[in-house]
Design a protein around this ligand. Structure first.
Ligand SMILES: *[C@@H]1O[C@H](CO)[C@@H](O)[C@H](O)[C@H]1NC(C)=O
Ligand SMILES: *[C@@H]1O[C@H](CO)[C@@H](O)[C@H](O)[C@H]1NC(C)=O
Ligand SMILES: *[C@@H]1O[C@H](CO)[C@@H](O)[C@H](O)[C@H]1NC(C)=O
Length: 493
């Protein structure tokens, strides 16, 4: 673990714990142009904003602190922290433009981000128009201003779980139904990414609260070591730019073969340490340790790993093809520099400590980065590794020490036991995935009795929640629209 504190790279090594609880290493990458940091699949703005325009003002709802027993509702968030402008309530947003009494209510279970503005857009407006539905977006506890406890410490974090978020949603539906005389209304859950997990899990665990759920791009299987992410990114590179794929393959496999000892040389380089200068990597590397994994992960991650990879891949491949260098390794080092990644040689070192500190701040909770880091360590894993079998980018596993890995894996096993992983026993859920979404291999992608599985080729993360950009997506959204109607009328749902 000590080594992690000594490393000064563009990849910052962080721990799952919020204040000193050392559980697993989480490398974070930083975008220096935008002042953003990358936490398990998402870029977060360091000013805590989500950058989205908001039309519909929020409503607030007094939620129970926990739902483990009746006394959990004697302390509601509002009582603990009674200033809505500072958080303390669970926020939600409502759109009644299409709504007619007696018609359904669509509720989006938002995930690890600030959902302000979500109700104002998205393709689900078309579904709502068709079914004269009301739209509601419900914020997840501990994200985007919905805080049971404003700046939580480790001792408070037992309150931060997907299970309590689902219980919050159930109580919201019950109270909203009672307060508005909506008994008999059919509800439909929506969500994408982690929110897509929540939508599917909500139908699973609260089958009478919603008739159906539209679960988009949901990685329902929790997993510690996930090379599938970079595998999909590699697949996208291959389709988007074949010469770029070949160049990356040659570069990484040459370096990999040198340091794993299967080849004595890589071009003109005779030892792994010889690679560091051409890669512009200013830190020493233990070729049997974590620092090697960080080198390879950061060479791959900062530039290539996006939830919607095709745009970044096109830009990165264009840059790579225009870069000079005596050989592929040198070209890659120059390429990293051109992409604003300098391996700790210039300005990255001082940022590492600042990022670590920022992740403990209230702003990081507000932005979602701190909460998501916590949930990945305590429920889901999703740690993006890489290996040459599943992708282009060399080998990067998750080491941690034995105890910490065991701890996180234990939590992940509990999550999969509770929800069922990819074999979750759901009914009347519409699962939508894109084959270019690096998360899709953790989702329900094979046909499933009493559920609907829609796979959209060449499509990226959560793409179905926006306007269609391909004929395949037009067809997929038409299918979602029709299937919502069938499930709303289906007595088995
Ligand atoms: C209710 O559950 C909470 C959390 O598990 C616990 O702290 C509290 O003592 C419980 N209260 C009762 C009355 O059982
Ligand atoms: C709601 O409707 C169900 C039957 O549709 C009925 O059993 C229940 O008592 C009603 N609840 C309220 C609060 O009216
Ligand atoms: C070493 O790396 C090369 C290139 O990626 C790979 O083909 C080979 O299987 C690796 N060998 C071992 C022992 O990991």
């Amino acid at each position: 673990m000590k080594i992690c504190y000594e490393i000064r790279f563009c990849v910052t090594v962080l721990f799952c714990g919020i204040v000193g609880l050392v559980e697993a290493d989480i490398p974070l990458t930083h975008n220096f142009q935008k002042e953003q940091i990358f936490v398990q699949g998402n870029w977060y703005n360091k000013d805590g904003s989500n950058g989205r325009p908001v039309i519909t003002p929020q409503d607030t709802f007094q939620q129970c602190m926990h739902h483990n027993n009746a006394s959990g509702c004697e302390t509601t968030w509002g009582q603990v922290f009674p200033k809505p402008e500072l958080g303390g309530y669970r926020r939600y947003w409502t759109n009644t433009n299409y709504y007619q009494p007696g018609r359904p209510i669509f509720i989006e279970l938002a995930g690890e981000w600030d959902a302000a503005g979500s109700v104002d857009g998205g393709y689900w407006h078309n579904y709502a128009r068709q079914y004269n539905a009301m739209l509601i977006v419900l914020k997840h506890r501990f994200y985007g201003g919905s805080f049971p406890i404003r700046n939580p410490t480790n001792a408070d974090l037992w309150l931060m779980t997907s299970q309590l978020a689902l219980a919050d949603a159930a109580r919201f539906i019950e109270v909203f139904t009672a307060n508005n005389n909506l008994n008999g209304t059919s509800w439909v859950a929506f969500g994408c990414s982690y929110g897509g997990n929540l939508a599917a899990w909500f139908k699973l665990k609260y089958p009478n609260h919603v008739k159906t759920a539209v679960s988009s791009s949901a990685p329902v299987e929790a997993l510690y070591d996930y090379p599938g992410y970079m595998q999909t990114v590699s697949d996208v590179v291959e389709v988007v730019d074949a010469p770029c794929y070949t160049q990356l393959y040659d570069t990484f496999s040459c370096m990999e073969a040198l340091y794993n000892g299967s080849q004595p040389t890589c071009g003109t380089y005779n030892s792994p340490d010889d690679l560091l200068a051409p890669l512009q990597w200013c830190n020493s590397v233990d070729w049997n340790g974590l620092s090697r994994e960080i080198l390879f992960l950061s060479l791959a991650m900062n530039v290539w790993a996006a939830n919607a990879p095709s745009g970044p891949v096109r830009r990165a491949c264009d840059t790579l093809s225009s870069i000079n260098g005596a050989n592929n390794v040198e070209k890659y080092g120059n390429f990293m520099l051109a992409m604003g990644q300098d391996g700790g040689c210039r300005h990255h070192g001082e940022k590492a400590g600042a990022d670590r500190e920022w992740l403990k701040s209230e702003e990081a909770w507000q932005a979602g980065a701190a909460g998501w880091r916590w949930q990945t360590c305590n429920e889901f894993g999703y740690f993006m590794s890489s290996d040459p079998i599943h992708g282009l980018y060399g080998r990067r596993t998750w080491s941690g020490d034995g105890f910490t890995r065991a701890y996180v894996e234990g939590r992940i096993a509990e999550t999969n036991a509770y929800y069922g992983g990819k074999n979750l026993d759901s009914k009347c859920v519409i699962y939508v995935h894109g084959t270019w979404d690096p998360w899709h291999t953790l989702g329900v992608t094979t046909p499933k009795a009493d559920n609907t599985v829609i796979i959209v080729p060449g499509t990226e993360h959560c793409a179905d929640i926006g306007n269609p950009t391909s004929p395949e997506m037009v067809a997929a959204q038409a299918q979602i629209l029709a299937q919502i109607g069938s499930y709303l009328n289906d007595p088995i749902c």
